[in-house]
Design a protein around this ligand. Structure first.
Ligand SMILES: [Zn+2]
Length: 112
């Protein structure tokens, strides 16, 4: 996918110490600059929240807006949406695909 390093490369990075450190840096930034507990971008949950890449432009040196907090439940739904959107719109850059997916899941969750 345009603007995506590839599933294997990403999975390897997400399991690395480098990502653990970068992820920790993000949560520290949030704590110091935003405050409170990060909420899921889709449903607002505070439990089981992890950071989802919305832009790989700074892959391995993520900036604060390159990731968003998403809970485990919504993560699965966003993943499904990314797959569906990609099938319907080959060549759409990743950041647009994932933003569309997050918007779709947010709507679906609010209607639940
Ligand atoms: Zn959620």
């Amino acid at each position: 996918m345009l603007g995506h390093p590839g599933d294997e490369v990403v999975a390897e990075y997400l399991a690395s110490a480098a990502w653990r450190e970068r992820r920790g840096w993000w949560f520290q930034w949030f704590d110091e600059q935003v405050g409170g507990v990060p909420r899921c971008e889709c449903c607002g949950a505070v439990e089981d929240v992890d950071l989802l890449h919305v832009d790989f432009a700074n892959f391995r040196w993520e900036q604060v807006n390159d990731v968003v907090p998403v809970c485990g439940r919504c993560w699965v739904l966003v993943d499904q949406q990314v797959g569906e959107i990609t099938r319907g719109a080959d060549g759409m850059p990743y950041f647009m695909v994932v933003r569309s997916a997050i918007a779709a899941v947010s709507r679906a969750v609010r209607e639940r």
